[in-house]
Write a protein that binds this ligand. Structure first.
Ligand SMILES: *Cc1c(COP(=O)(O)O)cnc(C)c1O
Length: 447
């Protein structure tokens, strides 16, 4: 049996129809370097999706490798209730310097969904303990994505992931999300005034008194197809939340650590959320770790004599894992000292202009949109009506397979092809990736 056959004998891969693996067996990766991955046969792949958006600085970045190896010989893990360690303490000190204003207290977990669950439970309990036990519901945006656990799925809005589980999910208040490509107001995201915010306004007027928090993906609804919306929406939302006493949870799991061109997406709006969820790029994509960052005000609502029962009784075995913290510290060090964001912003312009060169006039390209290094190309059946391809055609999947055969990992979201590369990608690598992408798209939908 070869490696792929041995894999399929036991492994149930995430987010996959396992029957698809009959025609396309799993690719068994041997090692990675920079933006490249290499399989068991030595075939090279450009990891243009940062291995599910988490690989921030390329594979096997020497400084991160060293930091983990150094920590490994000192301490691999310790219970985080009543105990602590230097990497966690230093990491929190560093984070408090770069996070949006006011986020000063950090609760650790081990994956993005878990950090969302923390944020939801914390905001519920915060309202309960500050005199608002009637605020029991959550608001969220349509087409949002916050992870796959039951709470996180409840505040998500993508049927693909949640439809079957509806009877298990919370009853949330869903606000129609901005959809700038198909804007109902005929506006342009670069100079609109977020007219679509009226949906949020109406929902708040009606439901805010029952609501403990609203959770959003700031500026970029990733899983919805890299949908990008303007910062003015966040400004308005901050104001509305303050008016109505609703907590604002920013899910920056995908957007944090430079992905949108600033350290955090919220910086584009010059306002701060009350709670922020971090994971993915936090450890450079090395270790499963997540953080839920909150304000002093929220933290203080849990601070009381033990018998008042106000503690946040939530834990994960691997909370604050020292290896994860060491990786995260190394990532912050690299971001600070190696001019990563400056370089990334130059490459972002380059990538965007390349994609425009290749795709702008194409009959099936509806929109090319970008924020930071994230670039998305939305393919449509008809450019004028913006009608999508029938999802049953699996256009994205055909393109995915084609690109893979040529050494590029694209993994489209439906009919949206996107680039979300490690921030260290260079121009030569961008050229190579765009060329393969072009060939793959042209071979599926024509020139
Ligand atoms: C990936 C992601 C999550 C979930 O994180 P996991 O570590 O996969 O559980 C939540 N929110 C957003 C915006 C994400 O991109």
């Amino acid at each position: 049996m070869d490696w792929a056959q041995r894999d399929l004998k036991h492994i149930w891969h995430p987010c996959s129809q396992m029957k698809d693996y009959e025609e396309m067996p799993p690719i068994v990766i041997e090692y990675g370097k920079g933006v490249y991955l290499y399989d068991k046969n030595g075939k090279e792949y450009i990891d243009i999706i940062s291995s599910w958006w988490c690989n921030l600085l390329g594979h096997c970045y020497p400084k991160i490798n060293e930091a983990i190896k150094f920590q490994l010989d000192k301490l691999e893990h310790v219970i985080f209730a009543n105990f602590s360690h230097e990497p966690a303490i230093r990491l929190c000190e560093e984070l408090s310097l770069i996070l949006p204003n006011g986020l000063t207290k950090f609760n650790f977990s081990d994956n993005g969904s878990a950090s969302v669950e923390c944020a939801l439970k914390m905001s519920f309990q915060y309202q309960y303990q500050t005199g608002h036990p009637e605020r029991t519901r959550f608001m969220c945006l349509s087409d949002g994505y916050h992870g796959e656990t039951i709470g996180a799925l409840s505040v998500g809005g993508l049927d693909l992931y949640s439809k079957i589980y509806k009877p298990m999910l919370m009853d949330v208040i869903r606000i129609e999300a901005p959809d700038c490509y198909r804007c109902r107001y005929g506006k342009n995201r670069d100079d609109c005034n977020a007219e679509c915010f009226e949906y949020a306004q109406k929902s708040f007027e009606k439901y805010a008194k029952q609501t403990c928090a609203i959770i959003i993906e700031p500026l970029l609804q990733g899983s919805a197809g890299m949908r990008i919306y303007p910062a003015v929406y966040l400004k308005k939302l901050r104001k509305l939340c303050d008016e109505y006493g609703v907590l604002l949870i920013a899910d920056e799991i995908a957007t944090g650590f430079g992905r949108t061109g600033k350290m955090f997406a919220f910086e584009h709006a010059n306002v701060s959320p009350d709670i922020m969820c971090l994971s993915k790029g936090l450890t450079g994509g090395y270790m499963p770790m997540a953080i839920t960052a909150v304000t002093d005000e929220i933290y203080n609502a849990f601070y009381a004599d033990y018998n008042e029962g106000k503690a946040f009784m939530h834990s994960h075995t691997y909370s604050g894992n020292p290896l994860g913290c060491s990786a995260a510290l190394a990532v912050l060090d690299v971001l600070k000292n190696d001019a990563v964001l400056e370089n990334a912003s130059r490459r972002a312009k380059y990538l965007n202009s390349k994609l425009n060169e290749v795709f702008a006039g194409h009959k099936n390209v509806g929109e090319i949109r970008s924020i930071g290094l994230i670039n998305a190309v939305e393919l449509v059946k008809d450019k004028n009506s913006k009608e999508s391809f029938d999802s049953k055609l699996r256009i994205g999947y055909q393109i995915y397979k084609k690109a893979l055969s040529m050494g590029l990992i694209l993994r489209p979201l439906g009919n949206v092809i996107y680039f979300n590369p490690p921030l260290i990608i260079n121009e030569e690598e961008i050229d190579k990736a765009v060329n393969i992408c072009k060939e793959a798209v042209f071979s599926v939908v024509g020139r």
